[in-house]
Design a protein around this ligand. Structure first.
Ligand SMILES: [Cu+2]
Length: 639
């Protein structure tokens, strides 16, 4: 939730906890499966109850394969050296590259093909070659383009394969490339050195402007234009607040920068917006101001004096409750592989797609091949240009790339195991985010199940619920997404998203109430949605699975022992969903209450063994189908 807000307003409510919670249907009720590993206490005998059952042994994986491990610093360096050698002397470090240069944008793990990975994991075949995927900007070619190259085998690469057409159905036009940090710096130079001085009088009057305006900062938006081929971005100007989010301090000036030309000297300001009105240029705005035709709102620069809630609202008192591990952690992290008495899986961070887990096994049996975040989307509304058409697909910026260091005791429990993440983006050398991923086990403070009996016989039985969690946090400019993969002791896997950080805001004017809520004297917190897209590749009892829908219905029936009376009898309905169309449910519809993926194995009662897919989603209305942008994230229409 947005901790910045203390007003309980609409903005606070516009977030989702997207929780994809799957429950193992088969095996539930067969309590014996958990008994060996879960704490089970008898009343009156608490001191004799061992913290860990003696039978708890980690299900270790033979060979400790690292098929899904993200690239190490050594591997990233080896790929970069190989690319430098192969792509020739024209290669420029992306940190310095201009649009007319060739540069390596990113290098990350190229995931192995599933069939080859399973042949290795399940049938002892040799492991598939370990490979890297590099994204290269060829700005220095006669036909500038973006290419995707697979490099392998690691750790000593000898081959390079262009997979652009295979992956995208054709060459990738150069205008689709992400904006490099270098490009943002050049845009800032255009704004601060060339443009803002043209409206110095107005800016001095409204916004404490001094020479070159370094009390102001720009805020990026997307998408960059109205049609394919455009590369024009609205930048909002905000007070540069040191040590707190500038996101809440807009001054009301926004600039549409056309940065499509490959020569930054040819970039232009296409449109200017100031406190509710549009102008053709900053010089035009200044003329109008000098002619007394601009109604200027003076925006005070409160610095950090305004209230903000990254600091505690009350003085620190006694230490808060903590969890502890009486006998140390009950799981191990070896490389990218996590093992506990119940679960084993591999984890990683896609540079763009974010957190992902592979080869997920419960008591040694694989439940899923892959569960991975693919994309996060935020759609905004507003009455200023930077907000009214903003749609952010954060995968393009990099949900892994913008992971942040986790702070012990705040972002994750103090005793969690913390893992570094190495990456190579916009640089010739690898970088490391320290403590980017944490793994911990946590007592839920609720019984997994319990019963207390006073009828006929007297007994109590209960299982404490502890869950194993893998967490990372993506800080996407103003907001922070906390991503959890949660492993429950009953075999359920849960995917959870918490949104926090700062809200996005714009200058408050006109019919602002229609686009959000006032959060400052001149600040509008803008209306928006959040959605996250996960890939879930379940393999329940093998690769062949069927989707079943189960629900309940009332059927009018004559009471058997008294047929003159009618009753509504509750019955189970079961339906095999035979096509993908049948098995997809549009957002806002009423899907069956129980949807599960069944294997062709049965339990001892003849029911197909399966895994329930449960969706708990707060996502708002999807973008209407007739929007020109809908096809970019049509997944948002399905829960
Ligand atoms: Cu939000």
């Amino acid at each position: 939730m947005w901790r910045k807000d203390s007003t309980g307003d609409l903005i606070m409510a516009v977030f989702i906890i997207l929780c994809l919670c799957s429950v193992l249907v088969t095996g539930m009720g067969e309590g014996g499966r958990e008994k060996g590993v879960e704490r089970e206490c008898e009343p009156g005998q608490p001191l004799h109850c061992p913290a860990v059952s003696p039978s708890a042994q980690p299900w270790t994986h033979p060979g400790q394969s690292q098929l899904f491990a993200d690239l190490s610093r050594e591997e990233l360096t080896a790929v970069m050296s190989f690319l430098t050698q192969q792509l020739g002397p024209g290669l420029v470090d992306a940190a310095q590259a201009r649009p007319t240069d060739n540069c390596v944008f990113s290098v990350e793990l190229h995931l192995p093909p599933k069939a080859a990975a399973l042949a290795h994991l399940d049938r002892g075949s040799p492991p598939p070659a370990r490979e890297a995927l590099a994204i290269v900007f060829f700005g220095g070619q006669p036909q500038p383009n973006v290419s995707e190259l697979v490099v392998g085998p690691l750790p000593h690469p000898t081959h390079l394969r262009d997979v652009t057409v295979e992956r995208h159905g054709g060459p990738l036009p150069y205008h689709r490339r992400p904006v490099l940090i270098r490009e943002y710096l050049d845009i800032d130079q255009l704004i601060f050195d060339r443009e803002l001085p043209q409206a110095a009088g107005l800016l001095h009057h409204c916004c404490f402007y001094k020479r070159q305006g370094r009390n102001l900062v720009t805020m990026n938006t997307a998408p960059r234009g109205l049609q394919s081929g455009d590369r024009a971005t609205w930048f909002g100007l905000y007070y540069n607040i040191s040590g707190a989010g500038f996101f809440l301090h807009p001054v009301g000036l926004e600039l549409l920068v056309d940065h499509k030309a490959l020569d930054p000297a040819r970039w232009t300001i296409q449109k200017v917006f100031f406190q509710g009105r549009y102008y053709d240029s900053l010089a035009h705005l200044e003329d109008q101001f000098e002619a007394g035709l601009v109604n200027v709102v003076l925006v005070p620069d409160n610095g950090t004096g305004g209230s903000w809630s990254l600091k505690s609202q009350v003085p620190p008192g006694p230490a808060p409750p903590l969890q502890f591990q009486p006998q140390g952690p009950r799981f191990s992290v070896q490389g990218s592989r996590v093992s506990s008495s119940l679960w084993t899986f591999s984890f990683g961070l896609g540079a763009f797609s974010g957190p992902r887990i592979f080869d997920i096994r419960f008591q040694g049996e694989r439940l899923a091949y892959e569960i991975s975040l693919q994309e996060a989307l935020a759609i905004y509304g507003g009455n200023s240009p930077s907000a009214l058409r903003s749609r952010y697909t954060d995968g393009g910026f990099g949900l892994g790339h913008f992971s942040s260091t986790l702070t012990r005791g705040v972002d994750c429990p103090y005793l969690a195991t913390y893992v570094d993440w190495h990456f190579l983006l916009e640089s010739h050398t690898p970088k490391t985010i320290r403590d980017a991923i944490c793994v911990f086990e946590q007592n839920q403070g609720l019984p997994l199940r319990r019963h207390h009996s006073d009828i006929h016989s007297h007994y109590f039985g209960g299982l404490a619920e502890t869950v194993l969690v893998v967490r990372s946090v993506s800080t996407m400019l103003n907001y922070d997404y906390v991503w959890d993969m949660v492993f429950h002791p009953n075999g359920a896997i849960e995917v959870r998203l918490h949104a926090t950080g700062y809200i996005s805001s714009t200058f408050l004017f006109g019919a602002a109430q229609s686009y959000g809520n006032q959060v400052g004297e001149h600040t509008l917190g803008t209306v928006h949605t959040h959605s996250a897209h996960f890939k879930v590749d379940l393999d329940v009892g093998g690769l062949e699975n069927w989707v079943w829908a189960e629900d309940m219905t009332y059927v009018p029936t004559a009471v058997p022992w008294s047929p003159e009376h009618q009753m509504q009898r509750l019955q189970v309905t079961r339906k095999l969903l035979e096509t993908e169309e049948q098995a997809t449910f549009p957002l806002g519809g009423t899907p069956p209450r129980y949807v599960y993926l069944a294997s062709n194995h049965s339990n001892k009662w003849g029911h197909p063994r399966g895994y329930r897919i449960q969706l708990l989603s707060f996502a708002g209305e999807p973008l209407p189908q007739n929007s020109s942008l809908e096809r970019a994230f049509s997944w948002g229409s399905w829960p």
